[in-house]
Design a protein around this ligand. Structure first.
Ligand code: DOR
Ligand code: ZN
Ligand code: ZN
Length: 387
């Protein structure tokens, strides 16, 4: 199969023909003839930080609904997080969740392994058992406070015992000021070794990570909102407008853009549960921002596709290039829309991005197969590959 069109290739747009065999790009040329796709063809996104709930929290999201939401948002691969109920802290629950994903996921799916004080002594063994069957992206996200908290001492021990990537939710458990809490936790972890830091919300922490061998992630919500915009809670908390502006100025220094898709029902939000759904709107909002020139296309595509693939080891993802999967998103730049929570595909039906402008994908291709066209999903649940 050959698809012709305006592809984002090696950092710029070129009109070319992309030849695909068994889901993989085998040739990119200017001369071959094939089916012409209208619009702008970008690499499909990777969201390395989603909470798809399921299990006992199926009332608010499942792998099925979360991955459908991802598909509509131009995301071809997710990394799901282990703070489920029950949590993914041993191989048994890990395998059970992967089996569920095999039957229900729309997009390609991978899952992190949780670390808690109780499984730390066995973590290397658990990793080994999982890696016999599946591709484990990382240990994490590791919480330093809350129900799944891990002490710095335990984290340090684990950091020394494995070369596996570890992703950290950096909030110091003893610090009340949330800006200081993030900076402190990052400083402490950087002394232990290399980590991937989830949802960094301060410019200072981003600076520190940028100067190290560790990697960082930022979320759309910390870049777009300050604590004055909403009463809804999230962890790490939204910051002041000054701090937000500093974070935006430092955007270039972040390695990854991830949604931290964390759905809760509106009733739960009123009770103060932290987290926002976001997997479906991240790429559409950033495509709009790219189009308007607010963010650089190259920087954004690096953070939404290339870097996640590199950092987490998804060698066939993240770029339109020979040898990679044919994972594309087609945008019609003119197709601007106001985001409406009730039109999104997460179970919860609300969004903090209500009323913001975005450009949603017109078509999505995963491993060469057209999976979405003009708002219709063309595949069944279970289409996504489990890594
Ligand atoms: O706001 C958050 N929600 N932060 C987290 O770290 C967890 C997440 C969730 O799972 O709800
Ligand atoms: Zn987190
Ligand atoms: Zn999270």
């Amino acid at each position: 199969m050959i698809i012709c069109g305006e592809f984002f290739y090696k950092g710029r747009f070129i009109d070319c023909a992309v030849e695909i065999k068994d889901g993989v790009i085998v040739d990119i040329s200017k001369t071959k003839k094939g089916r012409r796709v209208r619009g702008i063809i970008m690499p499909a996104g990777i969201d390395v930080h989603v909470h798809f709930r399921d299990f006992k929290e199926s009332y608010k999201e499942t792998i099925e609904t979360g991955s459908l939401s991802a598909l509509y948002g131009g995301i071809c691969l997710v990394v799901d997080q282990p703070n489920t109920n029950p949590p993914v802290i041993d191989e048994k629950v890990y395998f059970e969740r992967m089996k569920r994903a095999e039957k229900t996921t729309y997009v390609d799916y991978s899952l992190n392994l949780g670390l808690v004080n109780d499984n730390a002594d066995k973590i290397v063994e658990i990793v080994k058992k999982i890696e016999k069957k599946y591709f484990l992206p990382a240990i994490g996200e590791v919480f330093l406070k809350g129900d799944m908290r891990v002490s710095y001492e335990t984290l340090e021990k684990v950091r020394r015992s494995t070369s596996k990537l570890i992703t950290v939710h950096a909030e110091d458990p003893n610090e009340e000021d949330d800006v200081v809490a993030e900076v402190k936790a990052v400083e402490r972890c950087l002394k232990m070794g290399v980590f991937h830091f989830c949802h960094i919300s301060t410019a200072r922490a981003l600076d520190l990570i940028h100067e190290s061998n560790s990697t960082s992630e930022v979320t759309p919500h910390h870049l777009i909102f300050s604590k004055h915009n909403t009463d809804f809670k999230v962890n790490p908390p939204l910051k002041s407008s000054e701090e937000r502006v500093k974070l935006v100025k430092n955007f270039k220094k972040a390695d990854v853009l991830a949604s931290d898709h964390a759905p809760h029902t509106l009733e739960e939000k009123k009770e103060g549960k932290p987290g926002f759904p976001g997997v479906e709107v991240m790429y559409p909002i950033f495509f709009y921002l790219m189009k308007r020139g607010y963010v650089s296309i190259n920087e954004t595509i690096k953070k939404i596709a290339m870097n996640p693939a590199k950092i987490f080891g998804f060698s066939r993802y993240g770029e339109i290039e020979v040898g990679k999967y044919a994972n594309f998103v087609v945008f019609d730049p003119k197709d601007e829309k106001f985001i409406k929570g009730e039109e999104l595909h997460s179970k919860v039906g609300w969004t903090i991005y209500e009323g913001l402008k975005a450009v949603f994908p017109k078509e999505v291709y995963i491993r060469g197969e057209k999976v979405l066209e003009d708002g219709d999903v063309l595949v069944e649940k279970g289409f996504g590959e489990v890594l």
